[in-house]
Design a binder for this molecule. Structure first.
Ligand SMILES: [Zn+2]
Ligand SMILES: [Zn+2]
Length: 335
């Protein structure tokens, strides 16, 4: 089977691997689409993964084979799956925080990923899709579930102003979830014009180019000097996280689902005297993943503006070398 693997820093290859055979409790999925995530691009840049590991974790496809002790599934069923494989037994799993599982495995990081013609998934982590037509958008269930988790980590007051910094995939799915839950004033700051346009299309009250206008001033104007009541940093830079913490009103909340590899310097005096709450958000729970699939399939949430490209596996190496500027979600199509 075709599989996309990382061989080292800035070294990616399309290789031929044997099709895995499902063991007890496992299901082999024939992948149709696999989304390229920011974390895949980071793995490519740094080569931090075990060389030869198949990357990818945002997939949809059909069941190709079932291992022993798998009930309720059949070959040909349309599925997607949660890439976080939790143990189900540790103290976090038992209280529903399986995104913090002590024995967590992750497709494309600890285990073979889904950017391949086939991926092996534990049956318990599969989620059924209603039909073939949902396969392309179902590959977005994983990032959407990350957005659901980030919003669940926040306290949302529908009338109050919310700011999202960064309109990549995660910023935009957070926007979609906030709108879905009835938030009225969601502002988006993003330097890329195409992404700003997408944020507008998806219901942002106003989009701001932080290179053109001073974001601090703009927030003062938009909120009559009060500040935002909720800020999400989806850009993942030390500067944007620090700025997110400075743009909130007294009593506001900052949620950071972004991954920032640098230490962040914060003015704690200002945070303490305004009682700004900072919440981080990591991954999603199994429940939130199922909710994401439901939102896309039953709820018909339209995430199609996020899909800016569909490529063949043969084009992946070029794409990783030079991702198109402003592209949001690129899917690899495995046929
Ligand atoms: Zn992802
Ligand atoms: Zn666990």
């Amino acid at each position: 089977m075709k599989a996309i693997v990382i061989e080292g820093p800035r070294s990616l290859a399309l290789v031929d691997k044997p099709v895995p055979v499902p063991g007890p409790g496992e299901v082999l999925v024939r992948v149709k689409y696999c989304g390229i995530c920011g974390s895949d691009l980071h793995a490519y840049e740094t080569g931090f993964l075990q060389p030869g590991l198949t990357i990818g974790h945002e997939f949809s496809g059909t069941i190709a084979a079932l291992g022993k002790k798998v009930d309720g599934w059949q070959e040909g069923d349309y599925v997607t799956g949660n890439n976080i494989i939790a143990c189900g037994r540790c103290r976090y799993c038992l209280r529903g925080e399986d995104n913090l599982c002590l024995e967590m495995r992750r497709l494309g990081i600890t285990d073979q990923g889904s950017m391949a013609e086939y991926v092996m998934v534990p049956a318990k982590d599969l989620v059924r899709l209603p039909d073939q037509s949902s396969l392309a958008t179902a590959a977005l269930a994983e990032p959407l579930s990350v957005g659901i988790h980030a919003v669940n980590r926040a306290v949302l007051d529908h009338e109050q102003p919310v700011l999202i910094i960064g309109a990549g995939t995660i910023g935009l799915v957070i926007l979609a979830v906030l709108k879905h839950r009835g938030a009225t004033s969601v502002y988006v700051a993003e330097p890329n014009q195409f992404r700003r346009g997408t944020a507008s299309k998806m219901g942002a009250e106003k989009v701001i180019d932080p290179r053109e206008v001073n974001l601090d001033r703009e927030v003062e104007n938009l909120t009559e000097n009060r500040g935002m009541s909720l800020v999400f940093d989806c850009a993942g830079h030390a500067e944007t996280i620090a700025q997110a913490c400075s743009l909130g009103a007294a009593g506001s909340m900052v949620v950071v689902p972004s991954i920032c590899y640098q230490p962040v310097t914060l003015n704690f005096l200002s945070l303490v005297t305004r009682e700004v709450k900072i919440n981080t958000a990591f991954g999603k729970t199994g429940r939130e993943f199922r909710e994401a699939v439901d939102m896309i399939t039953v709820g018909r949430m339209d995430l199609s503006p996020l899909v800016t490209g569909v490529i063949d596996p043969e084009e992946a190496e070029d794409y990783f070398q030079q991702p198109k500027s402003g592209s949001i979600k690129t899917l690899v199509f495995f046929g």
